[in-house]
Design a protein. Structure first.
Length: 134
């Protein structure tokens, strides 16, 4: 995954400002290149332990991509400190088998992951993905 240092700094800043709540949003671009991170509202009931991207933002981004705009290449969310930026059991259970990247922010780091489905298409784990700053 190719991610600019400016976007990485922006993600870390959003996570820091959120304090004990999880931030979340969309990664827009083409292929494995992230052109933009879009902060969305976290509509989860318990934002200190979970995230849920605002469905309105997701629908708007899908509509824009169908009209020639950037594609949704992934999602991001934070794990408030001191939780490491690795997928939780909740992340695994809620991940879609859509081939999109997940960036997780925590402990001052940003790490990239891809959901790994089992033979039935259910996500069983995440595989780490290298981030190339570009």
């Amino acid at each position: 995954m190719i991610l600019s240092s400016c976007i990485k700094v922006e993600l870390l800043d959003w996570a820091s400002k959120a304090g004990t709540e999880e931030v979340c949003g969309l990664l827009l671009g083409q292929g494995n290149f992230v052109e933009q991170a879009v902060l969305t509202q976290n509509v989860a009931e318990s934002r200190t332990r979970h995230f849920e991207i605002d469905p309105k933002a997701l629908l708007a981004a899908n509509k824009a991509s169908r009209s020639g705009g950037p594609q949704i290449v992934g999602y991001f969310h934070s794990h408030p400190d001191p939780v490491e930026p690795v997928p939780s059991d909740t992340d695994i259970a809620s991940a879609a088998n859509d081939g999109r990247f997940w960036l997780i922010i925590g402990c001052g780091e940003v790490k990239a992951w891809l959901p790994r489905p089992d033979g039935d298409g259910k996500i069983e784990a995440f595989e780490p993905v290298a981030i190339i700053e570009g």
